[in-house]
Design a protein around this ligand. Structure first.
Ligand code: ZN
Length: 238
């Protein structure tokens, strides 16, 4: 194994079967370099969005880029120039870097159950964009979200009770779905998930003059999407 590495999910002529595992010649792996400051500066918000869309298409096709993490760790050790910051739920079924086929040094990820906005998340977004140069903010909700189910059902437990208050405005706004106001109502859960993303996007603009100004100047863009756990597809809603 000295000159080779073992990866899963790969398929190429460079593989050979060996005692139940697949060996890959390391010299044949396309190594994706970590983004440099110059490359980051040259990207527009629209180009970053297309990079994320293309990465998600590869994820859906199960065609993830092979990455040599040991090289990427060394390349990014001194500085980072990521393309985007993604706000996601903490859900273990939403592996954000994989979903966009991204590796070390590629994207910032902020996570909180229910992917809502608070001062700490806004500070993280301001750091990622104004200080570290990311060009895109993506609010990424997901279908079948436990936090949204719990908020709809009015769950109360420890610190969860207060946390779920952040999702209540999205429930209040969701008036299109017919049927019971419970997490059993899939249409309602879907509508709340989308509204929760839209409200987060609105709050970024309303509560951060710094980010609002960057959007006005075209330096960054803010997008919203919902991840479908059945298909792996990121559906952009705004
Ligand atoms: Zn969730």
């Amino acid at each position: 194994m000295a000159a080779s590495t073992m990866l899963s999910g790969q398929s190429s002529d460079n593989q050979r079967e060996s005692s139940g595992t697949i060996e890959i010649d390391r010299s044949q792996i396309r190594v994706e370099s970590v983004l440099t400051e110059e490359e980051q500066n040259a990207l527009s918000p629209g180009e970053v969005l297309e990079i994320l869309r293309a990465g998600n298409e590869r994820f859906v096709r199960n065609d993830l880029t092979a990455r040599d993490h040991s090289i990427q760790i060394r390349e990014s050790a001194d500085a980072q120039f990521p393309k985007a910051i993604v706000l996601s739920c903490v859900d273990s079924r939403v592996p954000v870097e994989d979903v966009f086929d991204k590796g070390i040094g590629d994207i910032f990820v902020a996570r909180v159950a229910g992917n809502f906005i608070n001062d700490d998340i806004l500070g993280s977004m301001e750091f990622a964009t104004k200080v570290a140069g990311a060009k895109l903010i993506l609010v990424l909700g997901h279908e079948n979200c436990g936090a949204i189910h719990a908020a709809i059902d009015g769950a109360e437990l420890g610190h969860i009770t207060k946390m779920l208050e952040n999702i209540k405005p999205a429930i209040k706004r969701s008036t299109v779905a017919k049927g019971p106001r419970s997490s059993q109502n899939r249409l309602l859960v879907h509508e709340v998930s989308e509204n929760n993303v839209l409200i987060a996007m609105e709050k970024i603009i309303q509560e951060s003059p710094l980010l609002r100004k960057m959007v006005d100047y075209g330096e960054i863009d803010i997008k919203g999407a919902v991840y479908d756990m059945d298909t792996g597809v990121v559906n952009f809603i705004k």
